[in-house]
Every structure is written in C-alpha cells, then in structure tokens.
Design a protein around this ligand. Structure first.
Ligand SMILES: Cc1cc2nc3c(=O)[nH]c(=O)nc-3n(C[C@H](O)[C@H](O)[C@H](O)COP(=O)(O)O)c2cc1C
Length: 165
C-alpha cells in the first residue's frame, strides 16, 4: 500500500485526536493539520483521509473550508480519498456531520472517494452527508457516542485497507 496523508480540521481538538487514532491503525500514515499544511506536502501521497468537524449549522470546519479550494485544484485523478467527520447528533440532529458533504461535493468528480458508511446505528434526523442512503464517510460523535468510536474506527479502517490498494 502507498503512503497515506491524514488531514484534519479541528476547532477544539476532537478531530485531531481522532486523526491520530486513525494513524495508529495504519503503519504508513502521516498526519497534517488543515490550518498549516501546504498542498505541495500532500502531492506525493496516493491515499488521503480527510477529516473535519461540523460547525455553524452543517458547515465545514473553518480551516478545512479554507484549504478545500486548494485541494480541489490538485490533480487527484489517480488518487483515492476517504472522509471522516465529527459531529453532535443530539444537539445538531438536523445537520449531523453536514460539513462532510462540502468536502464530498467539491471532490466527488475529481477523485475516487471510498469509505461510505451505513446510517444503521446512528441516531439523527437529517444530514447532508447522506448520499444514496449512506454517509459519504465515517461519522463520529464524541459528544454523545464516544463509546462507539473504537468499533466504528476499526470497522472502517478494515474496509479502507481493502480500498487503499
Ligand atoms: C458552534 C457549533 C456548531 C456546531 N454545529 C454542528 C452541526 O451543525 N452538526 C454537527 O453534527 N455538529 C455540530 N457541532 C458539534 C461539533 O462538530 C462536535 O462537537 C465536534 O466533536 C467538534 O470537533 P472539533 O473539536 O474537532 O472541532 C457544532 C459545535 C459547535 C461548537
């Protein structure tokens, strides 16, 4: 498997913590902060895992929102991308992990996006991150369902290991 770049966008550190947990589940992944990374640093990678929290009402975390237009200009045609998103399904049940949909919509015609996740087991009303009945990436809710995160991460990473080759 080629090398993986994990790029997180965080406001209070939750997404950063998850990015580092995902890194430990691979043996060939580097982690970057969306607030600091340059696209030249990302170009050498074959695989990307982009993670961001949702803010406002279904809005993409600010640092990722700033980085996204630059990532969209990269040549991602031979690359593979997976997405994960942090949200709060109790307080923001009608915009759960909506920020993920902004990364997905911007990149979906430019690259191969893998790692869609069934909505089974999630308790929410609406999410822009659901496309054709599945989440476009892995939603995680550390505010209400932190006890489910370990199993969700390991199941998702097992799938990614099949897709990332
Ligand atoms: C002002 C504010 C707005 C939020 N809006 C949403 C939202 O629309 N949808 C959602 O799922 N979570 C929302 N959240 C919850 C955060 O995404 C969640 O707490 C996340 O774990 C924060 O991760 P971070 O520290 O990496 O930014 C919001 C949180 C705050 C403080």
């Amino acid at each position: 498997m080629g090398k993986i770049a994990i790029v997180y966008g965080t406001s209070t550190g939750v997404t950063e913590d998850i990015a580092k947990r995902i890194q430990k589940l691979f043996d060939n992944a580097d982690v970057y902060d969306a607030a600091k990374v340059k696209t030249e640093q990302l170009e050498p990678y074959d695989y990307y895992i982009f993670g961001a929290s949702t803010t406002g009402f279904g809005e993409l975390q600010d640092d990722w929102a700033n980085l996204l237009p630059q990532v969209a200009k990269m040549d991602l045609s031979k690359k593979t991308v997976a997405l994960f998103g942090l949200g709060d399904s109790a307080s923001y049940s009608t915009s759960f992990v909506g920020g993920l949909s902004q990364i997905y919509d911007e990149l979906k015609d430019k690259t191969k996006i893998v790692g869609a996740v069934s909505t089974d087991g999630y308790d929410f009303e609406e999410s822009d991150a659901v496309v054709d009945g599945k989440f476009v990436g892995l939603p995680l809710d550390e505010d209400n369902e932190a006890d489910k995160t370990e199993d969700r991460l390991s199941a998702w990473v097992s799938e990614l290991k099949k897709d990332f080759k």
